[in-house]
Write a new protein. Sequence first.
Lengths: 262, 538
Amino acid sequence: MLKKIYCFIILIILLVLTLSTNSKASNISYKIIIEDDANLLTNAEEMELRDQMAVLSEFGNVVFKTTNTSTGSVKSLKYIQNYYYSKFGNTSGVAFYIDMNSRQICACATGGLDRIITSGKCDTITDNVYRYASNKNYYECAREAFAQMNTLLTGGRIAESMKYICNAFVAVMISLLTTYGIYLKASKNRKASDNELIDECAVSFEHTPINVTLTGEHTVYSPVSSSSGGSSGGGRRRRRRRRRLFWKRRKPRILNLQINEH
Amino acid sequence: MYKCPTCGAGLVFDPKSQQLLCLSCRNKYDPENVENMKLDQARENVELAKNSYEAVAYKCSHCGAELITTDETITTFCSFCRVGTMLDRKVVVKRKPDYVIPFSITKEECEQIYVKRIKKALLAPKSMIDTQEVNKIRGIYMPYWIYTFDKDGDVYTKGQKYNHRSGDYVYYDDYSLSTEVKASCQGITHDATSNFWDRLSETIAPYSVSKKKIFSPAYLSGFYADNEDLDENVYRTDCQKIAENHISNRLKKDKEYSRYNAKPHVEMQEANTELALFPVYYLATKNRTGDRISYAVINGQTGKIAADIPIDFKKLILVALAVAIPVFVLLNLLFTFNMPTMIFISTLFNILSLCILAHQNKKIETRENELDDKGLQHKIALEKAAGGDVQEDTNKKNKKNKTKGVNRAITLVAILLIIFAPVILEFGILLFVMNPALANSTLLGIGIITMASVITWMIVRKIKHPEKDTSIYKPIIGLLLTVALFCIRPASDIYYYVTSFASITLSILAFKNTVDKYNILTTRKLPGLGKRGGDENA
């Protein structure tokens, strides 16, 4: 009986927590940004796109950006990511970017949404919509991209034909190489080792105690690495002195001392 | 009747020179000496009778291999080249081996071992376990040299021990370590015939020499034997090294040697070399086209098998497709390859294909010229030395080669450029795609050129005739396609994907060549054992 009461209380607590989280989520107002610097959309298209993006704003901020100027050495993806962070920080959101200078499109998601719209999914979305961009139908391109993002966020699935074709090619090549490699290893004729040959021989071996005779001495130049050297150089890495080793053999001293240690 | 010691023809007394004259070779002999020689010959004949035995030899008129048997049964095929009905039969007197290890495994057991081995090889052609083929397994006594090495004397070794350090100098004491070693290593064996490839004979080794028996021709009943055509010096050094290493290692275990950082080396001397016949089951299988042959040999005493098993490409494809399914599922779960990654992967596959093909070419070159077989090399060298017109041929060839040399050099440079250019461009483009910021780095450029040069050198040095080897063109075309794509830089992604797919397809096609080359490596040209001489590649 006591157990049932505990379970009931836990259920109630969980329900309250869930409701409070949901209400919190719904309270957050996400923003929509459309920055068409490349003038790819008409005003009407922009309005329609905003409606499409509004659906996504339930989950996070939504950004659509186009440019026709160079982004320097910064890649398009990095550029839109930086842009998003400059506007919204680490909050949840998605962005779609058309770079007319390098003729690239890219999509990205951040702040929790990237767990659903992974970088792989972003690539798939751009693969699915790039044809619209190639046909200069930029509005349709953006609309379809946001629509596919929405599908993913609402638990749906999008077409990933390119992904499957790529993976199929790679899988075939990997499996061919793996199968061949394993077969090569397994069918290799292993030569008998020297020990195996000796094991089949009749070996006899004996030796007298070893005579050790001191014949001389030699020296080896081996400088002790110095720990001194100070910290001058403003954080520069101190160049390590090349260690020189050379042998200096002396004439044997008259030390033919017999050391029979046995 | 006195016979000429040189040619064996009859001798007649020549009154003019007062000597015995051979009418055949025109040599002259002192009558008194010939009498002594006759006595010596008689003694030699008695000795020869002791050390020899009579047998029937079947010589294959196709490959020249000779099989000896004491049976009266007629041999219908040659075990080495599998050509039938061409065997010449004659009675021969052979040198009696000292020992023999009789067959311990029956033919049926041997067949089972063979079938088990082939069944384990999943990609082996079905024809290899065809009952008719398996029945062709034949028991052959192969000649082996049994070496005995010994050492009876002092072994001196230099050693040293740390004494002290003074400033920048370390002082060591030098020592001389001496000991008297009495060691013997009896029974290191190696085959004594060039018909038996070293790679196979070394795989089915070792034989338990302690179970050897004094030779009697009766052991040959029901089996065949091969001739020894390599003298004991061919493999002596190799076997001596094995004995020396073993004894040196045993001596090294003495604590004194580790105490004085000494590495003893015991030099052994050859004490005795005996000839023996060892049991081997031999099976030669021809490939589909019948121009190449693969061997399987089984140790007739221990059952250890060595088999060259080619790959059935159809089976490989089926197995690979079966493996590809889980790999595909796994890739779908973990990765989504975008366009630059696909280009990168296809480039990697092409470079890998090039490297594998080049490596195989090098191996084929060695194998086809039998450079990996010391015995065969020795025999070829002997035959070349015996041939008088070899020098002339070589001179003619040198002249021809000089004229061909210039053309070959031009082709080689062209091939070098064809491989080098795509490789260098690939590296540059890929790194640029990954990080454009690096594009201006001079160091990076030098790095790319070095890397490309190393890869190109690695590939080309392994291909003796790159202009003739069409298989390497596929991955090179794959690389060139990628380079062309980056030069054109089309806007649409589809071109990049199609290029990468085409590039991977080319490396898959090149893989077919890899399998073909592997099959060349696991088979051999039909042997011309008795006909060898001169340059076979001419």
